[in-house]
Structure formats: structure tokens, C-alpha cells
Design a protein around this ligand. Sequence first.
Ligand code: GDP
Ligand code: ADP
Length: 199
Amino acid sequence: MMQVLPIQSDAPTKESPCPGRLIVLTGPSGVGKGTLMQEMLKRHPELYYSVSVTTRSPRPGEINGENYYFISRSKFEQLVEQGEFLEWAEFAGNYYGTPREAVLNQVQSGKLVVLEIELEGARQIRASFPSALSIFILPPSLNELESRIRGRAQDSEEAIARRLYRAQAEIQAADEFDVQIVNDDLETALQGIEATLFG
Ligand SMILES: Nc1nc2c(ncn2[C@@H]2O[C@H](COP(=O)(O)OP(=O)(O)O)[C@@H](O)[C@H]2O)c(=O)[nH]1
Ligand SMILES: Nc1ncnc2c1ncn2[C@@H]1O[C@H](COP(=O)(O)OP(=O)(O)O)[C@@H](O)[C@H]1O
């Protein structure tokens, strides 16, 4: 049975003297969320990174269970019906979702749990967990964003176009989130995230 744990409050409780917190890292595709996240995990191994579930095909080098849990659309839809996701969204033709139980357990055990997710999912988390801390990563410019997506050279022309189109709308939403950080110089952006989390 699904266990739903109360994590709306950051106040210490008897059960969890040091309650954790949900951290949402969002921003357009290609802005560098994954890169920032990897570096944060290297520097702060105490952070818990929530591995998402997706229907997208693995890219070369991606490992099931490490980058994502790669599953079929029908299995994903089944998990949605079973209420297994804390949030989920369709992005560029694929589904992505955050496993509910693992994340809530980690927060309850006092961890800072980081979700690296797109805008719609980030909005869902903000609505369900007002105490979550949300960080929006901005590109220095749209041109730079395009060259980063192209530089990664792992998406088709069509996928690149879809990501760029969506990015323009996503950037407009930056102000909805608690903190905005421009990922121009990587080290500066990392220090901005560190100051936000541990400040
Ligand atoms: N809502 C939601 N978005 C996710 C989740 N996991 C990843 N994403 C987002 O889905 C988008 C596409 O991810 P991906 O296909 O890996 O491409 P990339 O992040 O552009 O390299 C990115 O903005 C991710 O942050 C999730 O569990 N839920
Ligand atoms: N500060 C930065 N300056 C230059 N390139 C960057 C920076 N941050 C990330 N990149 C590059 O941009 C591309 C997209 O980054 P990625 O982390 O995959 O973005 P996202 O996870 O937001 O889609 C990668 O090739 C990455 O190496």
C-alpha cells in the first residue's frame, strides 16, 4: 500500500528530528540542469537525487536505474493509475515522472531530496508541497541554449526544435519559482545553488 507521509512542514517532529526538504531544480532543456546536478552530487554526496521514470529511449551511455528508469508507455500509464508518481508530465512526446514512495521516504528520513524536472512537474510540486524550495535555471541567452542543445548532439532535428520552442515559453515562467540562477559560468551557477541550499 502507498504510504503518504506529511512533509508540508519543515518544523522538527519527534519522528524526524531533522526533517528533510524537497528541492526542485527546473529550467529549459539544455540549460545545464543535468550538468549542475551531477556536480552538486559530487560535491555534496549527502544529497539524494531522485531517479525519474521515463518512456524516452536511453541515449548512448545512459544506464537504466542510474539516469532514468526506462519503461514502456503502457507501463507508465499503469503506474499513473496506481498513483505511484509524486508528479508526472509529458515532455517532447515522452512521459517523465517522479517515484512517490522513494522520495517521500527520503525526505522523511531527513534528506535534502533533489528533483531535476521540467516546468509542469515543478508546478505540480509547488502546488502539492509549498515547503519545497524551487530553483529555476536560466540560460545566458536563447542562442547559447540552442548551441548547448546542439552541442550535446544527442537529439534529432525535430527533438531540438521541440525543445527550443518549449524553452521560450518555459523561460517566461522563471519568476514563479523561489530562486533564479543564470547558468553562464558553471562555477558561478554552482555557487549560487550552494548558497541557496546551504546558505
Ligand atoms: N515532470 C518531470 N520532468 C522530468 C522528470 N525527469 C526529467 N524531467 C525533465 O524532462 C525534460 C527532458 O529530459 P531529457 O529527455 O532527459 O532531456 P534533457 O534534460 O534535455 O537532457 C528535462 O527538462 C528534465 O528535467 C520527471 O520525473 N518529471
Ligand atoms: N555553464 C555552462 N557553460 C557551457 N556549457 C554548459 C554549461 N552547463 C552545461 N553546459 C553544456 O550544455 C549541454 C546541456 O547540458 P545538460 O546538463 O545536458 O542540460 P539539461 O539537463 O538542462 O538538459 C551539455 O553539453 C553541457 O555540457
